[in-house]
Write a protein that binds this ligand. Structure first.
Ligand code: HDE
Length: 699
């Protein structure tokens, strides 16, 4: 009796607090609140106190609810992915706009208007699950198409080439880039000795190194990056005719990246920067969209191309084989449960549908095996395809596979084999509708060998560099300098620069200068003569393909008491009109008291809303406000970071004192005044790259 009375008192207090008795109003979601049960459906009477022998006595083992709850909790985690551990998923659909009729028999690509549900997971590669979104890294771009002919997984990246040519090297690559095994760090970064040791001894990684040192590796948002299937795949039509294909995802919002110094700071300010951006944009109804494009070519082209199309360290410039857009991908639904969907989704390169087939790319061949294998250990057994997020939608699963860990189905009947005759309606194969492989002619000696046609590791690395705008080239050089400055072993630093000499001595010289290694770098032997004459491919540049738009971008205004409230509202509505998000940053979480005495709510308290989180900023301060914030380190950091990160800065005349304190020099991206439209027009152009030589050394 005594015990129950005490419970009632504690519960009453909680109830009072939540539902707002006593004059206070606290948030309460309402609803009917069905009874809480254990896993067997038994209703729980008390979930606050374990069962004890006496008021202060020991806890009893018979408290099955305590045991069940704790046991379930103890097993809540599953092994994280060995690579791509940190990811974020969403649902949506893929719609065919230009069907590949006569090229692929897959309905998902060839039927006009065909709409296929999808699950997409973006990820970083090297970091563990709890690392940061904006690490310098490749981003995974994995799409599960639930087609009516079965699931097709296009497990791609945001970079069209890869570090290695043969799957047998993958373990080494990953071991070198992950945290070092003795010390268990560094986390989520390639800037350490083991990665560069491996890379410097692996010439085939050179092209990918250029990409990974470029701004492609620090995207502004998942919504603003491309995706690539990387490998050459095959499409098969009804007659079995094959066409080679490379898959491309093109973001509707255009490409955008962050500045490296910004990435470092975002990692502290908001390690969830990319996932928050995706979640919020979908929740607001601004559905991210990509076009799916294909580069199609035949065996004849493949033979004449400068490189081997089976070599995943090479790409085919779009200027040589244009990208044909076949459909659009729209992400319109956030997950209901991160674990159930994003964590348990099992992408497998082996998941293909009739009309889509593999090639002999040795990296692709290794992947066909690896993904299934990893799901077996990650998800605990061979029935992982039965987890709701992995089940096909709109087509039955009928076969003779049975039992195993966590079998969810109860298949009926005696017959679990084929051929059989004892039961009607057992599933039978269907040679017409069924998956068939391209009957490629095979002959040759069984050898451990790397094809000679895979031998040139430098020409496309140079082509990539030459295809970049000047600021992008500068960023690549700075990234090499940053990364190698973190490498403690001098010989490794030198070896990387020696490799760069093979790409272009001028690039190597610039990196050597930044490292203080001029004249000290040895030659790295190579048998290859670099093709210096490869045409630049402007499509490989982010800046050359950026869209002058504010859609999906974020604008923030820095305020303080005394700020002109009407100006803030004008900025807010104009930003919205341009499709941008708008946030008010104020010294106090509650917002600011405007000049006219009204209180304008804030979205971020100054210390929690640094300018690195936004694409363009406006400093809307009265002279008093500017004087006050000139003594506030967070405010000075806010403005000087925005300037150093090349952002367009709008400011009221009153804010000048703060701008001066932050050494903001007038330029095309600093607009003092209250012409909101002029400010937004400038902001839509993106960063002011001409400012860069003023704010950091260009080697
Ligand atoms: Fe992966 N990769 N990979 N990879 N990969 C995995 O599978 C592997 C490669 C990619 O969001 C793992 O389910 C090998 C290239 C993405 O769940 C694992 C090789 C490309 C994802 C695996 C490669 C990728 C993975 C870890 C060389 C771009 C995340 C967990 C032969 C085309 C999928 C898992 C998700 C995940 C193996 C190379 C993309 C271990 C052996 C090239 C986007 O199976």
């Amino acid at each position: 009796m005594k015990q129950q009375k005490q419970e009632a008192t504690a519960q009453d207090a909680v109830q009072d607090f939540v539902i707002g008795h006593g004059g206070e109003t606290h948030q309460n979601a309402g609803g009917t609140h069905p009874a809480m049960t254990g896993q067997t459906g038994v209703v729980i009477a008390d979930d606050e106190n374990s069962l004890k022998a006496g008021e202060r006595g020991p806890v009893l083992l018979e408290d099955w609810n305590l045991l069940e709850k704790t046991q379930h909790f103890d097993h809540e985690r599953i092994p994280e992915r060995v690579v791509h551990a940190r990811g974020y998923g969403a649902r949506g659909y893929f719609e065919v706009t230009d069907p590949l009729k006569g090229i692929s028999r897959a309905a998902v690509l060839s039927e006009a208007g065909e709409k296929t549900p999808v699950f997409v997971r973006f990820s970083t590669v090297g970091g563990n699950m709890g690392s940061t979104d904006v690490a310098r890294d490749v981003r995974g771009f994995a799409v599960k198409f639930y087609t009516k002919e079965g699931n097709w997984d296009l497990v791609g990246n945001n970079i069209p080439v890869f570090f290695i040519q043969d799957a047998i090297k993958f373990t080494d690559l990953v071991h070198s880039v992950k945290q070092e095994p003795d010390r268990g760090f560094p986390q989520a970064q390639s800037a350490h000795d083991t990665f560069w040791d491996w890379a410097s001894l692996t010439p085939e990684s050179t092209h990918m190194l250029m990409w990974i040192m470029s701004d492609r590796a620090i995207p502004r948002s998942f919504r603003m990056m491309e995706g690539f299937g990387v490998h050459t795949y095959r499409l098969l039509n009804d007659e079995g005719k094959a066409t080679y294909v490379k898959f491309h995802w093109k973001p509707k919002l255009g490409l955008q990246s962050v500045i490296w110094d910004e990435a470092l700071k975002i990692s502290g300010a908001d390690p969830d920067f990319h996932r928050r951006d995706l979640w919020e944009s979908i929740a607001q109804g601004n559905f991210p969209e990509w076009e799916l494009g294909v580069q199609l070519f035949d065996e004849e082209f493949a033979k004449k191309f400068d490189f081997d199309v089976l070599d995943a360290t090479k790409l085919i410039p779009e200027e040589i084989v244009p990208v044909r857009v076949v459909g659009r991908l729209v992400l319109d639904r956030n997950v209901d449960n991160y674990f159930a969907e994003t964590e348990q989704v099992a992408f497998c390169v082996s998941n293909v549908v009739p009309g889509i087939d593999f090639t002999n790319d040795p990296l692709l061949q290794g992947r066909i095996v690896s993904y299934v294998d990893t799901q077996l250990s990650r998800l605990g057994g061979p029935n992982y395809q039965q987890i709701p997020v992995n089940r096909p939608i709109g087509c039955p699963v009928l076969n003779m596979q049975r039992d195993g860990h966590m079998q969810m189905g109860a298949q009926k009947g005696r017959v679990s084999y084929s051929p059989s005759s004892l039961e009607a309606d057992t599933p039978r194969t269907d040679p017409k509708r069924g998956f068939t492989s391209f009957p490629e002619k095979m002959e040759g000696d069984k050898l451990r060998i790397r094809a000679e046609s895979f031998g040139d590791h430098y020409s496309q690395a140079l082509q990539f560099f030459n295809s970049q705008t000047e600021p992008e080239q500068n960023h690549i050089v700075s990234a090499f300098i940053f990364e190698l400055s973190k490498v403690e072993t001098l010989a490794v630093r030198k070896r990387v620069v020696a490799q760069l000499k093979n790409v272009d001595p001028k690039i190597a010289e610039r990196v050597a200068k930044g490292l203080g290694l001029e004249g000290e770098v040895p030659e790295f032997p190579t048998k290859v003569t670099v093709k210096t004459g490869l045409q630049a491919s402007p499509k490989l540049s982010i800046l050359a393909n950026a869209k002058p738009t504010l859609k999906g971008r974020k604008i923030a205004v820095l305020t303080a008491d005394g700020t002109d409230g009407a100006l803030v509202e004008q900025l807010r509505s104009a930003a919205k009109r341009h499709g941008a998000d708008f946030a008010v940053v104020a010294p106090k979480a509650g917002g600011f008291k405007a000049a006219d005495g009204t209180t304008v709510p804030g979205d971020f308290q100054l210390a929690g809303g640094p300018s690195v989180l936004f694409d363009a900023v406006f400093v809307a301060l009265s002279a008093d406000g500017a004087a006050m914030l000139s003594k506030e380190a967070a405010a000075k950091g806010w403005v000087s970071d925005a300037y150093a990160h090349l952002k367009v800065i709008g400011a009221t005349a009153g804010a000048q004192k703060l701008l001066d304190k932050c050494c903001v020099e007038p330029d095309a991206g600093v607009l003092v005044g209250t012409d909101v439209e002029a400010y937004l027009k400038a902001a839509a152009k993106g960063r002011v790259f001409d400012r860069e030589p003023e704010v950091r050394t260009v080697y």
